[in-house]
Structure formats: C-alpha cells, structure tokens
Ligand binder design. Structure first.
Ligand code: MLT
Length: 270
C-alpha cells in the first residue's frame, strides 16, 4: 500500500500494483479498496490496478477543510480527489475507471468533470437517478445515528442487501469480511458520504452524452440497483455493453471475481 498526499490535504491509502493500461477501481459504500481484492489478484498481470480508499474510508484521511461538525463529502468532491490522486501519481495517460454503486455515482461525476482523462468506463451495480426526498431524508437520519452510535446500524441495514442468497450460503467468509469492513469504517466517513449521496443529482440526462465505451455490469440478484434499471442505463449510453453476472448480488465483483474480471478485461481490450 502507498500513502499518497493529494492537493486538498487528504492522504489516500492506495493499492497500486501491476503494469499496463491503468484501471482505477472505486469502491462502494461503506467499504474500502479491499472489495476489489479479486480484481487486483486477477487483473494486475494485465493492468496497472489503482485501488484507493476514498477519503475518510479505510486508512485514508479527510481533506484539510473537512467540517467534522457538518460532515458532507459530495460525489463531485470524491471525483476531484481521484483526479488529484492521478496527478499525485503523475499519471499522464488516459485511464479506465470502474466504480461500484457509490463508486458509480462518483464515476458519473468523474466523466462530467475529468473526461479528458477517461479512456473507458465501467459502472457496476449503480444508479443514475437521484434519491427521492424520503430516501434522502433517511440517509440524513442514518448519518446522524451513526455519529451517535457508531457504524453498527449502517452495517446491519446494508448486510441483508449486499449479497445474493447463494453467496450467503457458499461464501459466508466473504459476507463476514465485508461486515467487518463496514464496522471498522469511520462514522464520520459514513455520515459524510450518506449526506453527499443524499444530495447527488439525477444524472439520467447525461447518459446519452457519455461518449466513452462503457461497460454496465450488474449482479443478477442485486436488490439495490436492479437488473432492469441497469439495463435501462446501458440502453441510454451510446457505446455501452451490458453484462449480467449470474448468481451474484450487489457485490458482484466480490461474489464472482472470475466472471467480473473476464468482463472487465474484454471491455478494456476492445
Ligand atoms: C453502495 O453500495 O455504495 C451503496 O449501496 C450506495 C447507496 O447507498 O446508494
């Protein structure tokens, strides 16, 4: 792991391994880079895989002007931090960016704000719509609760939604590891991201303008970003491919790394 200082004062904990075209992996909420262990293991022979902990998550620190009294990190800020990370790593070439769920919300913003840096896009198990007001309000309440009680309530809420039933039965260790990552996540980071997601925009109208080859990937049993919704996202993006991962849920890259790696490798080779 490397600790990389970026322009806004955050120090990002980054797994940076391999040689070749750059694949930047952006984790979901409330997780860290380790959700991509199967992609690092399976793809670092062909790609330079860069997998950071987003600011505040894992072992990464917050930016200097982070307001602990009123914690918010917007998807725009996360996207700008990724661009600053590429600057700090002196990456000149275009990259492929792969984001899961909240990482996908960040990917839309990265495309919008830093598209000259993008070669290809991969959005996994994510959404383009904004939250309806009652969902946004629920996030703000959960942010407050986590600040008072710690990460447990969010881990309990997320646990039943993340994996396909088959994964709970076949790979309980993966489920247990993921729950532990959630429990170890900083309550401030959880609150900041919940508040940031609550105010994210609806990006549906951007989709027809996305002009980089895009892979839209979803676990067949995803209950957070369902297959039909992701199929619609793929249909709206001009140069999109759509891949459904059988037997997986929201955490498809963890649940079936071989199938996900094959889809990413094929997309990036094309
Ligand atoms: C994620 O996996 O990143 C979350 O499900 C995103 C969300 O809460 O909308």
């Amino acid at each position: 792991m490397k600790q990389i200082s970026i322009a806004n004062g955050s120090v990002l904990n980054v797994h940076d391994e391999g040689r070749g075209p750059i694949l930047l992996l952006v984790h979901g909420f409330p997780l860290d880079h380790s959700m991509w262990d199967g992609q690092i293991a399976g793809l670092a022979d062909r790609f330079r895989v860069i997998a950071p902990d987003l600011s505040g998550f894992g072992r990464s620190t917050f930016r200097t002007d982070f307001d602990q009294q009123s914690p918010v990190t917007t998807m725009e800020t996360f996207a700008d931090e990724l661009a600053a990370l590429l600057d700090a790593l002196q990456v000149q070439q275009k990259i492929s960016l792969c984001g899961l769920s909240m990482g996908g919300y960040i990917a839309w913003q990265f495309w919008r704000r830093h598209r000259r840096r993008l070669d290809k896009l991969i959005v996994c198990d994510t959404r383009a719509v904004a939250d309806p007001p009652e969902v946004a309000r629920g996030r703000q309440l959960m942010a407050q609760r986590v600040l008072e009680e710690g990460a447990a309530p969010v881990a309990e809420t997320m646990r039943p939604k993340l994996f396909a039933d088959a994964t709970h039965n076949r790979s309980p260790a993966i489920v247990a590891q993921t729950v532990q990552v959630m429990l170890d996540t900083s309550p401030l980071a959880i609150a900041a991201a919940q508040n940031g997601m609550a105010q994210r925009p609806d990006v549906t109208s951007w989709l027809p303008q996305i002009d980089v080859p895009t892979l839209v990937l979803v676990g067949q049993s995803d209950v957070i970003s369902p297959v039909a919704e992701m199929r619609d996202i793929a249909a709206a993006i001009p140069r999109a491919a759509f891949v459904e991962i059988a037997g997986a849920g929201h955490m498809a890259p963890l649940e079936d790394p071989a199938a996900v790696n094959a889809a990413i490798a094929a997309h990036c080779a094309g």
